[in-house]
Design a protein around this ligand. Sequence first.
Ligand code: CMP
Length: 132
Amino acid sequence: MEKTFSIIKPNAVKKNVIGEVITCFETNGLKVVEAKYTTIPKAQCEEFYAEHSERPFFGELVEFMTSAPVMLMVLEGENAVMKNRELMGATNPAEAAEGTLRKRFGDSMGENAVHGSDSPTSAAREIKIFFG
Ligand code: CMP
């Protein structure tokens, strides 16, 4: 069993689709094993997105992700990292496949509804930041 880290972002929380997102995970073999409904502190968000700190969209990204509550989760399942990425779809909702979470609930590249770890190594780092 593998673990991955997931965030339901502020725009998706505002749309009241936490249940629909979790249902998507559960019906596709991913189990929620830790969860926290919270507003991310700015410093923690900057640490989380450190690899993007030089990108032009970094300020906007941190601003958005700390603007309102999110749902932080650890998901567990076979090939959880890849499975979650398939379910999310492409980073840009406009390019995401039909039926994926970002296609269904994303609004833009920045407000793309969900985050998921891109590798098991990232998952371990991200889980440590938010769940210790
Ligand atoms: P996420 O999976 O949370 O990881 C980094 C985030 O940065 C990504 O989803 C997008 O929401 C955001 N992002 C990536 N590229 C861009 C971009 N070109 N403009 C704005 N936001 C971006």
